[in-house]
Design a protein around this ligand. Structure first.
Ligand code: FES
Length: 117
């Protein structure tokens, strides 16, 4: 294993790109294990509120994860799917509730867009 490969494998932080509800994009560094919602609220990403505190009950953490990355993540559970359907969203297109997605190395450099639906 090269030093570079080992560094990525052992990384405890990843940098992602958030696009806020106004279309502004910026890089945000997150700890592996945090949720996309807590990363967004901690970095004041416009359009992510996390009103229910991550309890999968409000939908104010609704994001679109670029599709090739979304396919590598754990799929939404029944509760998340139900809320996504309620707000008219489609998980198969990469829409997720940010509070239900844990940051992993697979999200390095991924684009996370605040969903407007
Ligand atoms: S923070 Fe309420 S559903 Fe995610």
């Amino acid at each position: 294993m090269s030093d570079a490969t080992a560094a990525v494998k052992d990384a405890t932080e990843v940098t992602m790109r958030y696009v806020d509800r106004d279309g502004a994009e910026r890089e945000v560094t997150a700890n592996v294990g945090e949720s996309l919602m807590t990363v967004a609220t901690g970095n004041k990403v416009l359009g992510i509120d996390g009103d229910c505190g991550g309890n999968c009950a409000c939908g104010t953490c609704h994001v679109l994860i670029e599709s090739q990355v979304a396919l590598t993540l754990n799929p939404p559970d029944a509760v998340e799917r139900e809320l996504l359907e309620f707000i008219g969203s489609d998980a198969s297109k990469g829409y997720r509730l940010g509070c239900q997605v844990t940051v992993t190395r697979a999200l390095a450099d991924a684009k996370i867009t605040v969903a407007t639906t």
